[in-house]
Design a protein around this ligand. Structure first.
Ligand code: GAP
Length: 439
């Protein structure tokens, strides 16, 4: 993470450049809900696609699933969410602030106003409730999923039979999850509606620790290789306290401006979920191993990532300001804000900027060529300096300038976002040139 980034600067850039907006902003917003603007949507989708390619498309042992947000409420009874999925909370009687007890440094003092006039801590369930059908009574109550993995467990046999997979294999899904968080905070980091990317890997119990180590390594590598995170900003945090059914758990954490925060959990979930669903549904969820002629409930290793948190970490990681002489535009003290987004996830990978409106026909031709391969933008509005600044804030790795020489010799200027180096390139070889740079 750049030392220059503060959440205040980032939130302001996200709004200004159309990455992230407050949900229903014209009505004053709604706490814990966020909308992604044009560039934010593309960035988030690119991160999701990278994950999906890495975890599903490029593997033979992981299948995809896209389940509903609302399931039979028995799913949440079996998973334990209805009985116990919450936090202890307390209210300050003086300033009316509400707090999660586990997040208070001194649980006897209000962190907001310092008062000791707090209510007794009480359990608060995070499941979001709704009603299915026209009658709003308990018989028709249903819940928005609090994690995307439970529908994976209940579809184990459906997916296994349809895909003809044998153990070990995984099922992955990306989708929305909802939690009625007591204190949503730190921008999108803790939201009430968010997306998860989860993969449940089913295996024999005796192989589970090996798979746990394998997935820990794979998932850590992903952040270095694809998202350009470094040792300074990424760490693995081993859980000291484990759920009663779990044998091992680690979190992959990123250093946000507000401190270290969890991006992903790798969990050895034992046979807990599958056993509970077998017990509550009355269906046999055992796996028959033909080689050993044995029947058993599979053990599960889970990799669970927050897509919004990863997107936020990518944005924090990309934020930079530079004041080098060559980058000054206008006033001497001008500072360039630049989002150094990795090429693979940048919402705009190349922008075509004609120097004059008279060049727009030629520039459109260049744009039409490159947009077939790269996420591209055509921008003709404002001075060239301002257009560069705008693309720097969006994080566009390459700006292609079409000038009057282009008409003469069919060459364009390619400006590299990070080095600010400019190359003169033949328009016909532009796609090859960009491909080479990316390599
Ligand atoms: N199936 C396991 C599970 O859901 P979790 O640690 O509760 O585990 C997994 O959540 C990931 O989902 C977290 O690492 C985080 O990235 C993301 N996540 C959880 N709660 C979130 C929230 N309120 N807002 C945004 N992301 C959240």
């Amino acid at each position: 993470m750049s030392e220059l980034v503060s959440m205040e600067k980032l939130v302001s850039l996200c709004k200004r450049r159309g990455f992230i907006f407050q949900s229903s902003e014209i009505y004053g917003g709604i706490n814990g809900f966020w909308d992604y603007g044009p560039y934010g949507t593309t960035l988030k989708r690119a991160i999701e696609n990278l994950w999906w390619k890495e975890m599903v498309v490029s593997r033979e042992d992981v299948e995809g699933l896209d389940s509903t947000v609302i399931c039979n409420p028995m799913v949440w009874k079996a998973s334990g969410h209805l009985e116990k999925f919450g936090d202890l909370m307390t209210d300050c009687r003086d300033c009316k602030a509400r707090h999660r007890v586990d997040q208070m440094e001194d649980p006897s003092l209000c962190p907001n106003c310092g008062s000791k006039n707090l209510t007794e801590p009480r359990e608060f369930n995070l499941m979001m409730k709704t009603y299915v059908g026209p009658i709003s009574d308990e018989d028709h109550a249903a819940y928005l999923r609090a994690e995307t993995c439970q529908p994976i467990f209940v579809n184990f046999h459906n997916v296994r039979i349809a895909s003809r997979q044998k153990l070990p294999f995984g099922i992955a899904q990306v989708g929305k999850a909802f939690r009625n968080e007591i204190n949503p905070r730190n921008f999108t980091f803790r939201s009430r509606e968010f997306s998860q990317m989860e993969m449940e890997y089913f295996c024999a119990d005796e192989e589970a620790m090996e798979w746990f180590e394998y997935w820990k390594e794979q998932r850590t590598k992903y952040y270095y290789d694809y998202l350009n995170f470094s040792d300074e900003t990424l760490r693995i945090h081993k859980h000291d306290e484990l759920a009663h059914y779990a044998k091992a758990a680690v979190d992959i954490e990123y250093q946000f401006p507000f401190g270290w925060g969890e991006l992903e959990g790798i969990h050895h979930r034992g046979t807990w979920d599958m056993s509970r669903h077998q017990q509550y549904s009355g269906e046999n969820l055992e796996y028959f191993d033909q080689k050993n002629k044995s029947k058993f409930i599979p053990t599960v290793i889970e990799t669970s990532v927050g897509l919004d948190r990863t997107t936020l970490a990518v944005l924090c990681n990309a934020y930079d300001e530079d004041t080098a002489e060559t980058q000054k535009i206008g006033k001497a003290e001008d500072v360039r804000v630049v989002m150094r987004l990795p090429f693979k996830v940048a919402p705009v990978q190349a922008a075509v900027l004609p120097l004059s409106k008279k060049l727009s026909e030629k520039a459109e031709g260049v744009y039409n060529d490159i947009k077939k391969q790269f996420r591209s933008e055509f921008d003709i509005t404002g001075s060239i300096g301002k257009r560069y600044r705008r693309q720097d804030e969006i994080g566009t790795p390459y700006c292609i300038t079409v000038d009057f020489d282009t008409i003469e010799d069919d060459t364009v200027t390619v400006r590299d976002r990070d080095s600010m180096k400019q190359d003169r390139v033949s328009a016909g070889k532009l796609i090859n040139y960009l491909n080479d740079q990316v390599k």
